[in-house]
Design a binder for this molecule. Sequence first.
Ligand code: FAD
Length: 462
Amino acid sequence: MNRIAIVGGGISGLSAAFALEEHRSKGVAVEYVLYESSPRLGGVLRTDHVDGCIVEAGPDSFITEKPWAADLCRSLGLADQLIGSNDADRKTYILVRGKLVVMPDGLMFMVPTKILPTGASPLFSWKTKLRMAQEMFHPPRAADHDESVASLVERHYGAEMVDRLADPLLSGVYGGEAANLSVRAVLPRFAEMERTHGSLGRAMLAARKKMRQASAQQPPPLFTSLKNGMQQLAEAVVARLSPAALLANAPVQAIQRDGESWVVSAGLKSDEFDGVILAVPAYHAASLLSMCSPELSAELAGIEYSSSITVGLGYDRAVRESLPPGFGFLVPRSEGKRLLAATFVHNKFPHRAPEDRALLRCFLAGSNAASVWNSSDEEIIAVVRNDLRQILGLSAEPLFARVYKWKSAMAQYTVGHLDRLERIERLREQLPGIALAGNAYRGIGVPDCVRSGREAVKQVLS
Ligand SMILES: Cc1cc2nc3c(=O)[nH]c(=O)nc-3n(C[C@H](O)[C@H](O)[C@H](O)COP(=O)(O)OP(=O)(O)OC[C@H]3O[C@@H](n4cnc5c(N)ncnc54)[C@H](O)[C@@H]3O)c2cc1C
């Protein structure tokens, strides 16, 4: 019997457990135990139901283009629970000198592909618009080293593009800054487009043409989620696992090698396994592996993390009618606000709020979150409401407010991340039976975490 321990009960660890459960049900001689330090399973996947609204504490959806999370939902019998974002109303604003400016049509991620809407948009100065035109003639360039997203975008479009688009877009996903994040790890397509086409604009136009030729159908919604919120996914996985295999309130304190086996210690109990999947943040994996491989532990400890805060605010019909249409807005750091982004949930996923409610999801991360980290919930709500008053003119009292703090939960793929991953992989190979999963490695979003859990299972069983 192959015995596997999974450390961490977030979506990465749960996906690994579900993959093992699938093997078991097909008659493979395998057994698993999942250790979770907190009382609840799901990690940052947490949904509250307040006043008829579905309030997401952590992720609110996942990107449809990456199939692994939706595939997992289908395997769990949740196909009819999958919902798409309301892309007919998709519109995102950027705060520019205190005013919300709609992102022009034709921006693919941050690359302009339509001349007229971009040329007419007040989002960019004339200087940047001129850079965009010149960018179409950028010669191909094969970089021999990694660089930050800010550096690549600035080379192509100038600093304003970094401030107004690249940085806010990345803050919304990684809670980090474009000046620190690695192009190769975060936007590998950009590095590739620069190598093949030179101009990102020309490369995006070519990609769009190919996509149109390949499919005349309506594209799928950009984001997918679950009717009852993201926690529904974690709950559905848990319901398919053997309750005896799930140990909550069981922080793993040590992992040690004993001959061919691994000894996992949690509380006063130690247990022997053939393999261990570490589905915890890299800094926890670092401390658990410090005795087995100080080198691997040091590399894992080098992966940085950012903390974030989400604030859910519910309002009445009058506020809903007064808010602009669209999915929400992003705030460049240069605007000097604490808020980095806000989603109008009632527009993005309409059934998440009754028709007479507005639901806002506000996001703070990195230094913005750090500046209020030790404040009370009431103080954080006041800070967020002050920003909303300045940005949207919204001074109404919310019907409810919820604050969620996520300490060091978002890995930062800083410049050189892929080289670090290679070193980690080489060192991990020296510890047969150990596998790593989670958002620290090759994708921070829920779909990549699901994939990482499943791949970790293949690794420990091989
Ligand atoms: C606020 C926020 C918003 C996000 N929004 C989105 C989004 O909209 N879309 C998207 O795709 N992604 C989003 N993400 C990213 C995505 O949700 C996460 O990367 C992913 O859910 C992480 O899952 P995980 O299982 O790897 O880690 P976690 O969810 O952090 O789970 C790790 C678990 O390990 C446990 N643990 C730690 N140490 C030990 C130990 N020693 N012993 C036992 N257990 C331990 C922890 O208690 C935790 O439960 C968001 C993340 C955050 C924080």
